[in-house]
Design a protein around this ligand. Structure first.
Ligand SMILES: Nc1ncnc2c1ncn2[C@@H]1O[C@H](COP(=O)(O)OP(=O)(O)OP(=O)(O)O)[C@@H](O)[C@H]1O
Ligand SMILES: [Mg+2]
Length: 137
């Protein structure tokens, strides 16, 4: 079933919960949406929902950021905006992360689509207005 949620930033905890509850078995999530639509903002909220309590630095300069939940589970957050080719992802061991069984959240999924073999849950984010986004998953 496709979900379409329209939410303000303050309502993102509910979006995060709905996304994870809609895909309880899924571990790899690919986010689509123009620059500044809210991919990072939502991923941080999902990580919080999953139990990450520490500060989440933005992966602006790192391709991958690793977070830990309070009970010791790692989560991986990728930002492929700056890579030139899928091989750049392979070089950092992207496939090992993908098959680790841990949660993987991917920004700029388009750049690594050829490595994913369709084995991920797509999440689309569209800007409705300055404060509102539509989330489809
Ligand atoms: N409803 C909303 N959901 C998410 N973000 C929102 C919402 N309303 C406003 N924003 C704002 O939009 C911006 C989203 O920035 P964010 O860095 O999350 O985007 P991004 O998609 O990760 O961009 P990039 O492609 O550059 O990585 C933030 O400044 C956030 O405060
Ligand atoms: Mg981002």
């Amino acid at each position: 079933m496709e979900h379409k949620l329209i939410a303000k930033e303050s309502e993102l905890p509910a979006v995060a919960q709905a996304l994870i509850e809609a895909h309880p078995q899924e571990r790899v999530f690919g986010f689509f949406g123009e620059m500044g639509t809210g991919k990072t903002t939502l991923i941080k909220e999902i990580c919080r929902y999953l139990g990450v309590e520490s500060d989440m630095t933005s992966p602006t300069f790192a391709i991958v950021n690793e977070y830990w939940t309070a009970n010791g589970q790692p989560l991986y957050h990728f930002d492929f905006y700056r890579i030139d080719e899928p091989d750049d992802a392979t070089r950092i061991g992207f496939q090992d992360y993908l098959y680790s069984g841990n949660y993987c959240f991917i920004e700029w999924t388009e750049k690594v689509e050829s490595l994913l073999n369709g084995e991920y849950t797509p999440v689309n984010i569209e800007r409705v207005d300055e404060e509102t986004r539509m989330f489809t998953f």
